[in-house]
Design a protein around this ligand. Structure first.
Ligand SMILES: [Zn+2]
Length: 86
């Protein structure tokens, strides 16, 4: 997926025009538009790096939550056994 943009004009005021020879130009300044991918390689690398840092944190949080819920059930079953034995 690619989109066209003008590097000189603010993005919210840009509109495209087609020149007589078929080239897309900026409607404001008249310069030819530049192709740009929606997702560039910098964003992909940044996403992978952030996932590499966040994934261990997520696993730690999930294991902590599981462990605390397991301990709660364990304590509940022990207290139920104590009550039942009386
Ligand atoms: Zn422009």
């Amino acid at each position: 997926m690619k989109r066209y943009y003008c590097p000189f004009c603010p993005t919210q005021y840009q509109f495209q025009k087609t020149r007589s020879d078929g080239v897309l130009i900026c409607g404001q300044c008249g310069d030819p538009l530049i192709k740009k991918n929606y997702i560039n390689t910098k964003q992909i690398v940044g996403l992978i790096l952030s996932l590499a840092f966040l994934f261990p944190l997520m696993i730690t949080i999930i294991s902590l939550v599981k462990e605390s819920s397991y301990q709660k059930t364990l304590i509940n079953s022990i207290s139920l056994q104590l009550i039942a034995n009386k």
